[in-house]
Structure formats: C-alpha cells, structure tokens
Ligand binder design. Structure first.
Ligand code: ZN
Length: 293
C-alpha cells in the first residue's frame, strides 16, 4: 500500500478530458466506495475548503471494463494514510504532504494498484461547467466595476484596479452547468471598509443587473480571450485565470476549468436578489448563460 509522495499531475487546467495513467493507490472511502489515486488525472475534483466548481462527470477505463466515477474529491497524505475532502487537516500546499485527485468509484470495482487505466471526463458536462465558471469570473469583475463609485475609502483592488467588492464581500461561490451563484455578505466590516450598501439596496438591483449584464456583453462582443497560467503541473501548483479584457489583462487565482473566450458564452443574464443570513443582509448574484452549442 504505497502512498504517493508528490501531487497528482493534473491536465484538466489545459482543457484535457482524457488521461492514460497508472493507479498508484486505492483505499476504501466511506462504506461503499473506493478512492482511486492515479499518477495523472484529467478529472477536476471538488475542493472541500472552497467548493466552487463541482467534480467532473466521467469514467475510468480499465483492461476489464468501464467504471463510472461517482465523485472526485481533493485528497491528501503525509505518507501514513489517505485523507479525503474535509478530513484533510492541513492547508493545500503544506510541505510534507502530497495533494491528490481521489476518483470515487463503487467499492467492488475491479481496479488495483499498478493497473494502467484511462480517466475520461465527459466533454459536455465539462464544457457546461467551464462556461459557468468563466461567466462567474466575468460577472464578478463586471460587478466590481459597477460598484466602483460607491466606496468612500481606498479598498483592496481587483485584477482591473477597481475596488474588489467581490473579493471582500464574497461568502460563497457555486458553479453549475452554464450558470453560477455568488453570495455576498453586506456586514459591518464591509461598511467600515467604506462601501455604501445603498448601492445594492433592493430598489436598485434591477439597474445594477442591467449594468453588469451590459458590461459582460461588451466584453464578450470584444472577443475577450481567456487562458489558464500555471506555475507547474501538480495539483497544488498555483494557477490563474487570465482574461485579455478591453480594459486590461485580468489575472485571478483559480483552480477551475474555463472556456477559451468570453465570446463562447452567448447571451449572459445576471440577476440580483436581496436577502439575509442569520441577521446579516446578503446579496445573491445569479449568472446564467445561453451558450452557442
Ligand atoms: Zn475560479
């Protein structure tokens, strides 16, 4: 039972769907599943700490047949045991730990250490999530731009130099097929940082949505290209979403998958909703796209 001593080599950031590789380790996961760790993976796993983009859908092909992957999660080991998702006790990238893609399959799957296998991510499911994730980043930047005039103090800047409302107020971000949902906390510390929450009061949200939608549409019409920059091929090597926007190059840390151009998004629609979470006012941004298929 050898445990890997280095990160899984991941190829999904470059858009790869298939990886022919070797099984390095298998371990029971819960009562009825088996975690499969491979040398390389083309399969995007969900991150327990910041679970914005869900796992890919797909299969592992072995010499004996095709095994459905029921989920894929971030795993880690310090050489003693394999820990999955929320059981990982250290931050990603901690020295002495290897960070891995764990492909979860049925517990009785005929896959063993040393097997040569091909990991295959479903192309249509990946594309729908990539579209949702690219739209999510574009919407965040467009929202920051729309709210830029509503800060009374200098604030941390986003990738385009606007006050980073998204980065400062974000509570959660969830990517779904062709869509995303971002939730922002409008709390005391945001107001203390100089943000005027009247800019996101219920009566102006229609106007705000029209402004954000128009900005994304302009960026898409301009043919803004998108690519991923990476410091290395390991799972925890830093990766960045880079968009060549009309207003400049935006570079945002991101571990997900994306389409190559905002022009691929088709019609984008952003909607806002005011709400509350345990007494704290929250703003919800829903981004939906009708992609060119
Ligand atoms: Zn991202």
């Amino acid at each position: 039972m050898t445990l890997p001593s280095h990160d899984t080599v991941v190829t999904y950031p470059d858009g790869a769907l298939d990886a022919t590789t070797v099984v390095l380790h298998t371990a029971p996961a819960g009562e009825s599943l088996l975690a499969i760790v491979t040398e390389q993976s083309s399969f995007h796993p969900v991150d327990a700490v910041w679970p914005d983009q869900p796992a890919d859908a797909g299969v592992i092909e072995t010499a004996h047949g095709v095994v459905p992957i029921v989920d894929a999660v971030l795993a880690a080991t310090d050489g003693t045991e394999l820990l999955l998702g929320g059981d990982i006790p250290v931050r990603k990238g901690t020295e002495g730990w290897a960070f891995l893609v764990a492909h979860l399959v049925a517990g009785d799957a005929a896959i063993a250490e040393g097997d040569e296998v091909t990991v295959r991510a479903d192309a249509a499911a990946r594309r729908a999530l990539s579209i949702g994730h690219t739209a999510c980043h574009a919407a965040s930047l467009a929202l920051n731009a729309a709210l830029a005039g509503h800060w009374s103090k200098p604030a941390r800047e986003d990738a385009l130099g606007a006050p980073d409302f998204d980065g400062i107020a974000i509570a959660s971000s969830r990517i779904a097929p062709d869509s995303s949902v971002d939730v922002y906390r409008l709390n005391k510390s945001l107001r203390r940082a100089g943000f005027d929450t009247a800019a996101v009061s219920a009566d102006v949200l229609g106007e705000l949505a029209a402004s954000v939608t128009a900005t994304i549409t302009d960026w898409a019409t301009a043919g803004t290209t998108v690519h991923i920059d990476r410091d290395g091929t390991g799972l925890t090597d830093r990766r960045y979403w880079v968009a060549e926007l009309p207003g400049g190059t935006a570079r945002i840390p991101c571990g997900g998958t994306h389409v190559g151009s905002l022009a691929e998004l088709g019609a984008v629609r952003v909607e806002f909703e005011a709400g509350e979470d345990g007494g704290t006012p929250v703003l919800t941004m829903r981004t939906r796209v009708e992609p060119h298929r």
